[in-house]
Design a protein around this ligand. Sequence first.
Ligand SMILES: [Zn+2]
Length: 224
Amino acid sequence: MNTPIKIDQLIRSHRKTIGLQITKDARLIVRAPQFASEEYIHQLIRRKESWIKTKQDYFKQRQDKILVRKFIPGEKFLFLGQSYTLLVVEDLPKAVILDNSLMISKMVLANAQDHLEYWYKIQALEYITQQVKHYAQIAGVKYESIRINNATTRWGSCGYKDTLNFTWRLIMAPAKVVDYVVIHELMHLKQKNHSRKFWAEVSQMMPDYKKEERWLKENGYLLT
Ligand SMILES: [Zn+2]
């Protein structure tokens, strides 16, 4: 016999139908009409069992892969798609990459998270600015400024005043993926939408952009 599916949260409201939602941490949220009976709700859940389990397994699997960072020596950090091992050294004014190591000073170890986040932001600004300049020149587009933000799922955006925004987390992705996001936002300077014309502009700059787009969809959650 199958173990019954557990409802993590039941929200009743003035709705007419039952809605099921699986959250990113694999919890089942059920939204139900005010007076729907428990039996009716469970009946529906049993009918949707395989859909619920598939979704829950998917999110659980993803969660297992997400690192809980401890910021201790030996831990792996991504930078432009490469994995580097955190190494703590005596004296170092700022973090630095050497061979396969990401080195930080012993003095900042207690604040390693802030220190590394700051370091990533600086690297992101430097690298992304360079790529934006490069591709803007090729495409013949003008932008106002570049900003680095803290977004967790939105890799880039193009503001209405032609400011380009990128999350510093992007610098963990492979270089080709970073280029794709840069090109994507630059093409929004020409087309402020996702029309066919927009995608045609993107593919003119990067013919195989779909590969990078797929990479972000499948692996973006690992850039933490
Ligand atoms: Zn877009």
